[in-house]
Design a protein around this ligand. Sequence first.
Ligand SMILES: Nc1ncnc2c1ncn2[C@@H]1O[C@H](COP(=O)(O)OP(=O)(O)OP(=O)(O)O)[C@@H](O)[C@H]1O
Ligand SMILES: [Mg+2]
Length: 244
Amino acid sequence: MSGLALHAQGLVAGYTPEVDILRGVSIEVRRGEIVTVLGPNGAGKSTLIKTIAGMVSIRTGSVRLFDEDITGIQPHRMVRHGLAYVPQTDNVFARLSIEENLEMGAYAEPEPAEIRRRLERMYQLFPRLGERRRQAAGSLSGGERQMVAVARALMAAPRLIMLDEPSAGLSPKLVGMVFGKLREVRDMGVTILLVEQNAKAALAISDQGYVLAEGQDRIHDAAPSLLANPEIGALYLGIRRASP
Ligand SMILES: Nc1ncnc2c1ncn2[C@@H]1O[C@H](COP(=O)(O)OP(=O)(O)OP(=O)(O)O)[C@@H](O)[C@H]1O
Ligand SMILES: [Mg+2]
């Protein structure tokens, strides 16, 4: 028993047999934490969470979720092991209503009363979605769509949720709203693994951060230390050093 929510160890993985995209990545997420993965474009951030979700084949290494070995399990079975994944794009069904989108997230739950209960919980968390529940998801704003994608993943009642750049393309105000909601999700007892370009805002709600570069985890530290580290700020976070 490690007590970890997620433990990925020595992952080597890639999309084709010839090319390794992940070249030895290890990360640890403790229960109830928010952990952010940062890094330059092409570093392998999305590949890392897709690999954990079972969508990229693992050459060596292992993935443990709440002390259970889930290495190589097929993506559609991950839900039953308590893992949910929100991709960066195409994460809502535009022609379906908000409510239909959310119901699809609970496809593995046979009990209608339980699905109802989860829907109500989502509408408490995201009141705007409740007000518009019959509206087509395609007619929503970017921030509202992102909320639908997060809510749909939560409808599976996961223990750990992975999100790929949930703040991409949103205005600063909406970025704040999305991260505020993620904090509420964590407070509901769901552990969160986040990939983000918006490093400052993401680290502000995170416990720990990792920096990936060229398919390897190069830096790992507590989130406040990463934020305060000027070298890392300049190199990876897009934070400029104060002028002398
Ligand atoms: N489906 C795919 N098939 C083959 N190669 C891919 C595929 N998806 C990504 N790659 C390659 O894997 C490498 C890492 O890509 P990945 O999307 O994981 O980076 P990232 O860190 O998420 O970048 P970004 O910040 O731009 O989202 C890149 O060289 C990319 O070209
Ligand atoms: Mg990516």
